[in-house]
Write a protein that binds this ligand. Structure first.
Ligand code: HEC
Length: 156
């Protein structure tokens, strides 16, 4: 009896290992989708701020303040989606522009997240006041943190 049980136990173990691997893969896929969505939310919020800063649309203090606060609230959120195994070439099921270099330069990648979070918080703070020129400059400072990271870690 004991000898017959062994293959069964092994088969069960292999099945549950396969199930664990499958659900892990599903988690990676979800994390990638999550971060892409969150980055899209960020882009949606900064869009009108950029347009106002560049004079493409009329400056509206109330809209500016609301968008700046939204952006500061969203800025910390996408990053938890950069889980292990979720970069380009990692063999998951989702198309991603996240370059493999992120994994080799994680400290730099994290410090760029931090810059975005800090510059966005500063923008939300400035938006409470009435120094429009400073607000415009700060939108550019935020956008620079987006571009800096994309230039290094995002595929075209
Ligand atoms: C710390 C690095 C970093 C910063 C800062 C950053 N991004 Fe990105 N962004 C990325 C990476 C990496 C991707 C690719 C993600 C993917 O495809 O999985 C990306 C993708 C995107 C996408 C495409 C999402 C999609 O649907 O695939 C948008 C839009 C975006 N970023 C907007 C922004 C904006 C706007 C800012 C600044 C307010 C910003 N990002 C700041 C790294 C960054």
């Amino acid at each position: 009896m004991t000898r017959m049980r062994t293959p069964l136990v092994a088969a069960t173990l292999m099945l549950s290992l396969a199930a664990a691997a499958n659900s892990q893969a599903a988690d990676v896929d979800k994390a990638i989708e999550y971060r892409q969505d969150a980055l899209g939310v960020m882009a949606w919020q900064i869009g009108p701020l950029g347009d106002m800063a560049q004079g493409k649309i009329e400056f509206d203090a109330e809209t500016f303040t609301r968008r700046a606060e939204n952006l500061a609230a969203v800025a910390p959120l996408p990053w938890e989606g950069f889980v292990e195994g979720s970069l380009q070439g990692d063999g998951h099921g989702i198309e991603t522009d996240a370059l493999a270099d992120i994994g080799e330069n994680w400290d730099d990648f994290e410090s760029r997240q931090q810059s975005l979070i800090e510059e966005s918080a500063k923008l939300a703070e400035l938006a409470q006041g009435d120094d429009v020129a400073a607000m415009r400059r700060q939108v550019a400072a935020v956008a620079k943190t987006c571009k800096g990271c994309h230039d290094n870690y995002k595929a075209e």
